[in-house]
Write a protein that binds this ligand. Structure first.
Ligand SMILES: Nc1nc2c(ncn2[C@@H]2O[C@H](COP(=O)(O)OP(=O)(O)O)[C@@H](O)[C@H]2O)c(=O)[nH]1
Ligand SMILES: [Mg+2]
Length: 366
């Protein structure tokens, strides 16, 4: 199970260019025909994985992955009574987070579909789009609950009324322009609505797609937008996707030279992935079974059984114990055997909260 991020944004904002940059793909840019969504994988660079490979010399090295989905349709064609609908909605609903590509670059040969470049306008319009999609679902559900309440026996009403109250609460927030991701909901309330997979409830990364001439101002632009718009579960990143794509296609030494000239310290791909990890509260643990060193991404705060389930459902069901050593202890010990000898390898139970950098061997029974 990978982490999935859905790419949204206006046509000609550079969504496919960003997708190609992140996943080293060659999907068609400037393509507005109805086509299947582009799905690609970004491998997460992690120096700890390299260190573990150096130390344990496995047959195989498998980095953790983020799957990006460029649904490719223009927002206008997805619009159905002001809301994202149909097959596009279900593709987006299944993702773990959304990335909104907001166009900041000007390019005479690629006119902006609204006639002018206005990043703030486009950010607000996309929020509205997500909210409308959720409101549509909420209203339909509320209607159904109302009908069912008419015929439900007194003792069965409670559950429906509870759901009705939570939906009314999220609806009233949306009507005040507060996306669900920013609303104050209790853990229970959040749990009850996860099944709806509301779009405005997903963590959102807004990617400001700059022109080359704006690169010297990256930090300033990021800060300006973060201050103005950034709230709970919404982060901003600025980069020039066209340049990043070009740099990704040349040899890495030359690319690094170019980056230096532009004053860029880190590849946009790595910065984007780091920001996505931050936004989604992801951490990484490692496994070393079957002569493979593998990195896995899970949400911060996950219990050992959930981490095991990420690898295989059987491992979650038949979980017995986890043998855990932290990355730092393993590096100090030099090997898992040495770590065991010196008591750094711990035995942990079902409810152990997995920590970033844990190297884990799951013991299970099926
Ligand atoms: N000048 C400039 N052009 C860009 C940039 N990003 C994308 N483009 C161009 O904008 C056009 C549309 O890009 P595309 O990725 O297909 O946009 P999409 O419709 O959102 O998928 C292409 O010709 C890109 O080369 C950029 O940062 N600067
Ligand atoms: Mg496209």
């Amino acid at each position: 199970m990978s982490v999935d991020i859905g790419i949204i944004g206006l046509p000609k904002s550079g969504r496919t260019t960003v997708f190609n940059t992140l996943t080293s793909s060659k999907a068609h840019v400037n393509s507005y025909a109805r086509e299947a969504p582009h799905i690609g994988i970004a491998r997460v660079a992690d120096p700890r994985l390299d260190k573990l490979v150096e130390l344990l010399n496995p047959k195989k090295r498998i980095p953790s992955e983020i799957r990006y989905i460029d649904i490719g349709a223009s927002v206008k064609s997805m619009t159905n009574d002001m809301a994202i609908g149909g097959e596009y909605l279900s593709q987006l609903s299944n993702t773990d987070a959304l990335m909104n590509v907001a166009r900041a670059f000007t390019e005479a040969s690629v006119p902006h579909i609204e006639g002018s470049v206005d990043v703030e306008r486009d950010i607000i319009a996309m929020e509205l789009e997500l909210a409308c999609s959720d409101l549509n679902i909420i209203e339909r559900r509320l209607h159904k609950i109302e009908i069912s309440l008419r015929s439900t026996k007194q003792e069965e009403r409670q559950q429906s009324q509870h759901e009705q109250n939570i939906l009314l609460k999220t609806k009233s927030g949306l009507e005040k322009d507060i996306p669900i991701r920013e609303q104050d909901l209790s853990v229970d309330e959040k749990k009850l609505i996860t099944g709806y997979q509301f779009l405005s409830a997903k963590p959102l990364l807004t990617l400001l797609n700059l022109g080359e001439e704006q690169i010297s101002e990256i930090k300033l632009i990021e800060e300006k937008f973060s201050q103005r718009f950034s709230k709970r579960n919404h982060k901003f990143i600025a980069l020039c996707s066209k340049l990043e794509l070009e740099l990704g296609e040349i040899d890495s030494a030359t690319a690094e030279e170019c980056r230096k000239e532009f004053g860029l310290t880190e590849p946009g791909l790595e910065r984007t992935i780091k920001t996505s990890f931050d936004l989604m509260g992801l951490i990484t643990f490692f496994t070393t079974a079957s002569d493979e060193i593998k990195a896995w991404s899970i949400p911060y705060g996950s219990e050992a059984t959930k981490a095991a389930g990420k690898i295989h459902t059987d491992m979650e069901r038949g979980f017995i114990r986890a043998e855990v050593i932290s990355f730092n202890d393993l590096v100090k010990a030099g090997s898992i055997t040495e770590g065991r000898k010196h008591g750094q390898l711990r035995l942990e139970g079902k409810h152990y909260i997995v920590q970033d950098g844990d190297v884990i061997n799951f013991l299970f029974n099926v």
